[in-house]
Design a protein around this ligand. Structure first.
Ligand code: GCB
Length: 601
């Protein structure tokens, strides 16, 4: 056996690496939760709706610590306890509350969630409570004790709970609050539904005491013949070995742990991941006590003037923007099947690229998209007018960015990290986003940085891109609604686009609204004909943009938004979808499909 190990080590080249300690700045998150021993805490949770924030004190005259998180029970008929989870309403987790209960449709406030579960202690194991996402603020209690909190509605967080679990029966209570606040990210105004709740899955994960916490396994920037990275092992001993095995490439690398990190680098010639061939390799990571399996793709991405290069070749990004809105039932996407429906529609449209707007979507969505060969733009909700001069707002945005990159850094499909969407120009905004970009590059120097800018009718005879943010990003995103918010559709083809920057530009939003099934003249708003014409004219416009490297029109499917009240047309939906929320394709779908099928292949 020893000989075999020696032969393997001898066979494969281990190069010394020049990685810095950058990897230690990632969020405190277990990588690749699906490859771990995992008990799902999904299903029915008991809930108490608490608009007045009374749950901390059940009654002003009762002891302060008798909040709902105690999950108290009456022990005699004379006890005064004015709540009881056992007979309360229930909600499904994962899921938003707005679409599960009529009376919570517009609700913004606190809901207390409670779940019972059993646990059998094992002295060799550690246990973690892992939340894939809770919108917006979560305060978590285990067996009546506060274990921590999290802010931000679209990224995962976890708590190590080994010593707080009891043998047998346990309960977890989560106070979920989705009240909008000016200083939050996003801020008070947003054009999508503020779905509240434990919107993604909850897991109780166990690991060995010395466990693989995190890793990064990728091609380094600009190099298609070396796989390198690091593995972080908690509670390890210096000198312990980590093995990274990629059976299909016949590569097995041993690397030695020092201060919990094992760096490695190995020569290899993987088939490169691309939309044409979304090749993923099984990667097995092993330590003396732990083992994980992942499926990882290898590719490079770069820019050259106004081109985006995938694996050193120019590629045009034929995309579509997507919100995490469930097809047919609306509300938050909660299953792999729903992700697949959205992605299949994008495939049918002829896309090789998706913009996951305006916040990090679920890991399931990213992984399914990667398998299907979509290049991805992933974004944090720095949207419109967040408080750019507020340090706490910045810290919140940076934390969400760090959590997004921490979770998805091994996903080859992600080419672009987006820092922001349509933020008004100004000094505070520039330094806020520049600092985010700096943080993103520090964590991940292999991907491209972008942001969606808002350039409506600037310049004398056209649209000139001169937003100073152009100096910060690698790829310029432009949201432009010619024919909808600005000018009539027939004016679009004549718009001349120019840019101060020799960088690729993605038309990150373009489009208009239509109610599925509403027909009429192409000059009548809300008809499918009007929307189709907006697409036709904008496609003509885009043909003339020399530095256009791709587009992600707004948007694949109609989605709920509480700023869209127009009765009988919008009814609380943003109608810019190419497909209705009930899955019906509008005429514009076929206009864009034609463009993608016939041009820019
Ligand atoms: C935008 C925003 C997007 C909106 C869209 C619209 O520019 O980025 O969030 O939903 O316009 O429909 O107005």
């Amino acid at each position: 056996m020893k000989n075999l190990v020696n032969i393997l080590i001898g066979l494969f080249l281990i190069l010394s690496t020049t990685l810095t300690a950058q990897n230690l700045e990632f969020a405190d998150l277990l990588q690749n939760i699906n490859s771990r021993q995992n008990t799902s805490l999904n299903g029915k949770w008991d809930i108490i709706v608490d608009p007045l924030e009374n749950g901390y004190y059940n009654h002003r005259l009762l002891p302060k610590d008798n909040g709902y998180f105690k999950n108290a029970k009456m022990t005699s008929p004379s006890d005064l306890i004015e709540y009881n989870f056992d007979i309360s309403f229930q909600l499904d987790v994962p899921g938003d509350w707005n679409t599960q209960m009529d009376k919570l449709y517009y609700y913004e406030g606190t809901v207390w969630y409670k779940k019972d579960f059993t646990y059998h202690a094992n002295s060799d194991k550690l246990a973690f409570l892992y939340f894939e996402a809770v919108n917006y603020e979560a305060i978590v209690y285990l067996n009546g004790e506060r274990i921590g909190s999290h802010v931000g509605g679209y990224t995962p967080f976890q708590f190590e709970v080994t010593n707080k679990l009891k043998e047998g029966d346990n309960f977890v209570v989560v106070k979920v609050d989705n009240k909008r606040k000016k200083e939050n990210v996003p801020t008070v105004n947003q054009d999508w539904w503020n779905y509240g709740g434990i919107t993604r899955s909850v897991h109780l994960i166990t690991t060995p005491k010395s466990y693989i916490k995190d890793y990064s396994i990728q091609l380094p920037k600009g190099n298609t013949t070396t796989i390198d990275g690091w593995v972080q092992v908690e509670n390890s001993k210096d000198g312990d070995a980590v093995t990274i095995n990629i059976p299909e490439l016949k590569k097995s690398v041993n690397s030695i742990l020092k201060n919990g990190i094992a760096k490695f680098s190995v020569k290899a010639k993987p088939v490169l991941w691309s939309p044409y061939s979304p090749k993923l390799y099984e990667v097995i990571i092993k330590t003396p006590t732990d083992k994980l399996t992942d499926h990882i793709g290898f590719r490079t991405v770069a820019t050259d003037g106004s081109k985006i290069l995938l694996n050193n070749k120019p590629i045009f990004l034929k995309g579509i923007s997507i919100h995490e809105e469930a097809p047919f039932k609306t509300g938050r996407v909660t299953s792999k099947e729903e992700c697949k429906i959205l992605l299949k529609w994008a495939k049918e449209l002829g896309c090789n690229f998706i913009r996951l707007a305006h916040y990090p979507h679920s890991e399931t969505m990213v992984r399914e998209a990667e398998k299907m060969g979509f290049m991805i733009w992933s974004e944090i909700p720095v949207y419109w007018t967040v408080q750019f001069d507020n340090k706490d707002t910045y810290a919140n945005a940076q934390n969400q960015l760090t959590e997004m990159i921490s979770r998805d850094k091994n996903r080859a499909a992600i080419l672009l990290w987006s820092m922001a969407n349509e933020t008004p120009e100004g000094e505070a905004r520039l330094s806020f986003i520049a600092d985010l970009a700096k943080q993103a590059r520090k964590l991940d120097n292999t991907r491209l940085i972008t942001a969606a800018l808002d350039t409506q009718g600037k310049g004398n005879d056209g649209n000139l891109i001169e937003d100073p943010l152009g100096t910060i990003v690698d790829v310029i995103g432009i949201n432009n609604y010619c024919g909808w918010y600005a000018g009539a559709p027939e004016t679009c083809p004549d718009i001349k686009w120019a840019s101060k920057y020799n960088k690729p530009m993605i038309m990150s939003e373009v489009g208009g609204g239509a109610l599925y099934g509403l027909h009429g003249n192409k000059n009548e708003r809300w008809t499918e004909e009007y929307q189709a014409d907006v697409y036709k004219k904008n496609i003509e416009m885009m043909r003339n943009i020399k530095f256009l490297a791709g587009l992600s029109p707004w948007i694949l499917m109609d989605f709920r938004s509480s700023r869209r009240p127009l009765r009988r047309i919008q009814d609380d939906f943003n109608r810019k979808g190419l497909i209705s929320e009930q899955g019906m394709k509008k005429q514009a779908f076929y206009i864009l499909k034609d463009y993608y099928n016939n041009e820019n292949n």
